[in-house]
Design a binder for this molecule. Structure first.
Ligand SMILES: *Cc1c(COP(=O)(O)O)cnc(C)c1O
Length: 399
């Protein structure tokens, strides 16, 4: 069996949380077993997608759902559906967008590097308003017959247009609103709330708050959109006369298409049966007991806090991470005289390697997130920070 060790790959202590660059979170045994069992037999992937999607939709309160390879893929797939509406001729043309609406409108404050996932399938982003402020009229003004969708990101603050207003604008113009809720769901209650505000599609990360497989996610959406998403994603190495779209909401034209589409742009975002069954199991687990998997990491956070509190020159406080709904530590180095970038470099490269949240490094702070911490990690983090602070103090005295 291949191992990290034989590749010379040193493990890291992940105090960042559900970060893709560190491989995401640990996976519960029950999810892992569901993934393993999914491989015991072969199945028709399109039928599995439809059935699992409907079950997940019931569990989270969405009209319909599709398991994707992540929230970023879900954004690309929702955009594809919004541009093509399942028309095989248009699907076969992408990412050449000639002859189809391909503009996606977003408020300036909602822009994010994940916008590349929308553009990857041929869409163009149009930005409305300014950082911190967008007026509804600035969105309406950008709508034309080239508009494919609007994109909304929850959790931003300012003089912004809320989802209900975007939903009203979208409904009046016949344009879907796609929500990037990668970190906005869970809580599960947000799903029904966002659909009632007028969302047509919601992208959710499987490997973040839901603690599912790292390369999985959900696209929640109205059934017609989900039927179109399957067309852009499924393996279409099919005999035309034998093929039909198994989704019950597929249009009559799609179901009896004499010329089904070939492999679509979303075929590159492949999902296996083990991701589908693992994601479904993760959703079942989450809905049954939302915070059940958080306690072990929170115990490590408590241990880290106790250890860090012994270091006189740094200040440790506990706060709540609103988007992920978990506690986190804020470790403040401003009184220590230590260069927090150098502390971070030494944490990353020392033994064991430690990665902490760097979102407030400009304020001399590092964050500790509990979600990926393993037994003993709390002590290890505190010990590494203490050793580095000691070393830096000694180096300063010598110099
Ligand atoms: C993490 C994230 C994504 C991507 O999620 P994946 O499941 O890793 O593809 C998209 N948008 C936002 C805002 C995110 O934070």
């Amino acid at each position: 069996m291949a191992t990290y060790a034989e590749l010379g790959i040193r493990p890291v202590i992940n105090g960042v949380g559900p970060a893709t660059r560190l491989g995401g979170l640990p996976l519960a045994d029950e999810i892992w077993q569901a993934m393993r069992a999914a491989l015991d037999v072969s199945v028709r992937m399109d039928e599995l997608h439809v059935a699992a999607g409907r079950r997940i939709a019931e569990l989270v309160g969405a009209p319909d759902a599709f398991v994707t390879s992540g929230a970023a893929a879900a954004l690309a797939m929702a955009t594809t559906a919004a541009m093509t509406h399942g028309d095989p001729a248009l699907l076969d043309r992408l990412p050449d967008v000639d002859g189809m609406p391909n503009e996606v409108i977003i408020q300036a404050d909602h822009c994010d590097p994940y916008d590349r996932s929308v553009e990857a399938v041929g869409a163009r982003i149009l930005v409305a308003g300014y950082p911190g402020t967008t007026h509804p009229g600035e969105i309406e003004r950008l709508i034309s017959d080239r508009t494919a969708a609007m994109l909304y990101r929850p959790g931003r603050h300012g003089d912004l247009v809320d989802l209900a207003t975007m939903g009203r604008i979208g409904a009046a113009a016949g344009i879907p609103v796609i929500v990037d809720a990668a970190v906005g769901v869970p809580p599960i209650g947000n799903v029904a709330a966002m659909f009632s505000d007028g969302a047509s599609a919601i992208a959710v990360s499987g490997g973040k708050g839901l603690r599912g497989p790292q390369s999985a996610g959900l696209l929640l959406g109205v059934p017609a959109l989900i039927a179109d998403v399957g067309l852009a994603h499924w393996d279409m190495d099919e005999i035309a006369a034998l093929w039909h779209n198994p989704h019950p909401a597929a249009s009559g034209a799609e179901r009896s298409a004499i010329t089904p589409p070939r492999h679509g742009v979303a075929r590159a975002m492949k999902v296996g049966r083990e991701q589908i069954m693992g994601m479904l199991t993760a959703v079942e687990r989450y809905v049954a007991a939302p915070a059940a998997d958080e306690q072990a990491g929170i115990d490590e956070l408590t241990a880290a806090r106790a250890g860090l509190a012994q270091i006189p020159s740094i200040d440790v406080t506990q706060a709540h991470h609103a988007a992920l709904d978990v506690p986190r530590l804020i470790v403040d180095f401003s009184a220590s005289g230590a260069d927090v970038f150098e502390v971070t470099r030494r944490l990353r490269e020392g033994e064991p390697r430690v990665f902490l949240g760097e979102g407030a490094i400009d304020r001399q702070q590092l964050h500790v997130n509990p979600m990926a911490l393993l037994p003993g990690d709390g002590h290890r983090i505190a010990r590494r920070v203490a050793a580095i602070i000691d070393d830096l103090e000694r180096e300063r005295t010598v110099a």
